[in-house]
Design a protein around this ligand. Structure first.
Ligand code: ADP
Ligand code: ZN
Length: 222
């Protein structure tokens, strides 16, 4: 199955995608993680995109689409994948349409004031990208308990250091939400028009949401 996760920053795309991997047996492909990996390893690509990402802007479409193409053409992605953070512009949609046919688009919905809280409290493993969250949200019928590592500051999966992304700092978050609204939100109507879109309101943490999402995926798997 070829799945796309749409949704604003902080809506849980990365968390839910990574937790679906063992259940679906297909890879999680996050363009944000791929960029961060390149930045960490100080590759030519990493050097090119670091400033853009730290400023909360989008990396140019050609650069992103080329990186995505290389990843999607690897053998492990032949039978399917979970795309998280791509496409983010109409031009990226066109690039993706040329590469493959998507089966379903999960559109995660969460109000801005909760996104802002979640992003401020988000932490990530520097080594493996595993996501944690310090926020304890219980409002507007949305209950998301914190996702804490077992040992403070250390990743459960690999023992790596847990840190806050530079672009998760407050000054940058508003501009990322703005970029999402202007450049990515129009994709919702595009995929709705193609009959591929499933709206999924985020009402809880992964224990509630992962089974919710699996149910939605089952509506299309034959
Ligand atoms: P989030 O979903 O929380 O915004 P991501 O890890 O998906 O975070 O993305 C982090 C940053 O990486 C984005 O703000 C942007 O600078 C860059 N990026 C990721 N995916 C794309 C993309 N498809 N097109 C352009 N830039 C991207
Ligand atoms: Zn880790």
């Amino acid at each position: 199955m070829k799945i796309v996760f749409l949704g604003p920053p902080g809506s849980g795309k990365g968390t839910y995608s990574s937790r679906l991997v063992p259940k679906l047996g297909i890879p999680h492909i996050s363009t944000g993680d791929l960029f961060r990996e390149n930045i960490k390893n100080e590759t030519a690509l990493g050097k090119k995109v670091k400033e853009i990402i730290d400023a909360g802007k989008l990396v140019p479409d050609e650069v992103t689409a080329e990186m995505l193409k290389e990843r999607i053409e690897k053998p492990d992605a032949k039978k399917g994948f979970i795309l998280d953070g791509f496409p983010r512009t109409m031009s990226q949609v066109e690039a993706l349409d040329k590469l493959t046919k998507i089966d379903i688009v999960i559109n995660l919905i969460l109000p801005d004031h909760i996104l802002i809280k979640k992003i401020a409290a988000r932490r990530q493993c520097r080594k493996c990208g595993d996501i944690y969250n310090l926020a304890d949200i219980n409002e507007d019928g949305i209950h998301m308990p914190p996702l804490l590592p077992k040992v403070e500051g250390k990743c459960d999966k690999c023992g790596g250091e847990i840190y806050q992304r530079d672009d998760d700092k407050e000054e940058i978050v508003m501009s990322r939400l703005d970029v999402y609204k202007k450049q990515t939100a129009p994709l919702i109507e595009y995929y709705r028009g193609k009959n591929l879109l499933k709206d999924v309101p985020v009402v809880g943490g992964p224990d509630i949401m992962v089974p919710n999402i699996i149910k939605v995926l089952e509506t299309i798997s034959s």
